[in-house]
Write a protein that binds this ligand. Structure first.
Ligand code: KG4
Ligand code: ZN
Length: 338
């Protein structure tokens, strides 16, 4: 008998639903929220209101695309955390009501575990999946971590940022360059036309596997301020070189610790995950290191890098196999350990 899961993701500003059957993705739908663009960041109250408007249409489209009826869903999964509480509440409440009405089990999902397990979505054309144990560089707008993945649901954070996430470093620096929000993809695009060696910015000196990005943001700010004093058009004239140099610095910081982690744990299976793993420079850097160091690199498809519900569904599939279900008393959590 097959298992069909409906999954919901609503932790931040994307409302997403996906249908997965026995580990194979049947549909994945995402409604982005443009309402935040003019504020230069996500406004939590607006996000939860938009989730409320989007959730039913998004689920409806996901079911139609998968050619499934509500009666054919065996379990519903949702992101319990971490994320914005109001946003999480919409997905959690929807899932509770759905589970109650359909008398099916409910599965709570950890958003970051899901980013990592996206690598296990089954595809007939996929030759290879990561083998345990592997290391995953998980980089998003809210998190930057190196995770030791021992099994599907057994993960340990071995390094993480002590301040800003890599995605924040991209987005905040992009704001200084007058780029739209979120700026990561714009920096990526501009970098392709720029010289990454034109400018150099300070890198943190932390002894362990931890990251820090707040210093980079500050040094970028002071650098621009000094240059703008001498030439008010400095940013306009050098935008691509600034983007490329900044991107190179962020990637170097990320890769240095990943290499350290690989050496420390003697693991050559290395994966990327999270929104920042869409970055073309980071993807190339991982490929280059992999060739040099005999790593086996796993890079997610672009559609699986930023927030989506396919990753929630595949994580739910492994929890379903373990009979790991939640009760109706469950509440979302803004902060959540692995
Ligand atoms: O995983 P995600 O969708 O949401 C969180 O859970 O945070 O990640 C969003 C982050 C944003 O900071 C965005 O700027 C960044 O991922 N991002 C990128 C690229 N695409 C998305 N950063 C750099 N280069 C990209 N191509
Ligand atoms: Zn995410």
């Amino acid at each position: 008998m097959s298992t069909t899961i409906l999954a919901i993701e609503s932790s931040c500003d994307d409302t997403a639903a996906a249908i997965l059957e026995d580990g194979y993705l049947l549909s994945s739908v995402i409604a982005n929220q443009d309402v935040h663009k003019k504020y230069g960041g996500v406004v939590p109250e607006l996000a939860s209101r938009a989730h409320q408007q989007n959730i039913i249409p998004v689920v409806d489209v996901a079911l139609k695309k998968a050619n499934k009826k509500i009666e054919e869903i065996d379990a519903i999964a949702f992101t319990r955390g971490p994320g914005l509480l109001g946003s999480l509440l919409v997905g959690t409440s929807f899932s509770k009501a759905f589970a109650l009405a359909r008398k099916i089990p409910m599965i709570e999902i950890h958003h970051l575990q899901a980013h990592i397990l996206v690598h296990f979505i089954k595809e007939d054309s996929k030759a290879d999946y990561p083998k345990f144990p592997f290391l995953c560089l998980l980089v998003s707008g809210g998190h930057s971590q190196i995770v030791l993945v021992k099994d599907f649901l057994d993960m340990e954070i071995v390094g993480q940022t002590i301040d800003d996430a890599a995605g924040e470093a991209f987005d905040k620096s992009a704001k200084l360059l007058d780029l739209p929000y979120p700026g990561g993809p714009f920096i990526d695009k501009l970098s392709k036309e720029g010289n990454p060696l034109k400018y150099s910015f300070s890198k943190p000196r932390l002894n362990d596997l931890n990251y820090s990005f707040s210093g980079l943001k500050t040094s970028f700010l002071y650098f621009l301020r000094d240059k703008l004093k001498k030439d008010e058009n400095f940013i306009e004239k050098n935008k691509a070189d600034l983007a490329a140099s900044l991107q190179k610095t962020i990637i170097d910081i990320l890769m240095d610790k990943l290499i350290l982690a690989s050496d420390k744990y003697d693991i050559k299976q290395i994966a990327l995950a999270g929104g920042v793993s869409a970055n073309s420079g980071l993807r190339n850097a991982l490929e280059t290191e992999a060739a040099k160091r005999n790593w086996q690199a796993y890079i997610p498809a672009f559609s699986f890098t930023t927030d989506n519900a396919a990753m929630i569904a595949i994580t739910a599939y492994y929890k379903y196999l373990n009979n790991d279900f939640s009760s109706q008393t469950i509440a979302p959590k803004a902060r959540m350990e692995f």
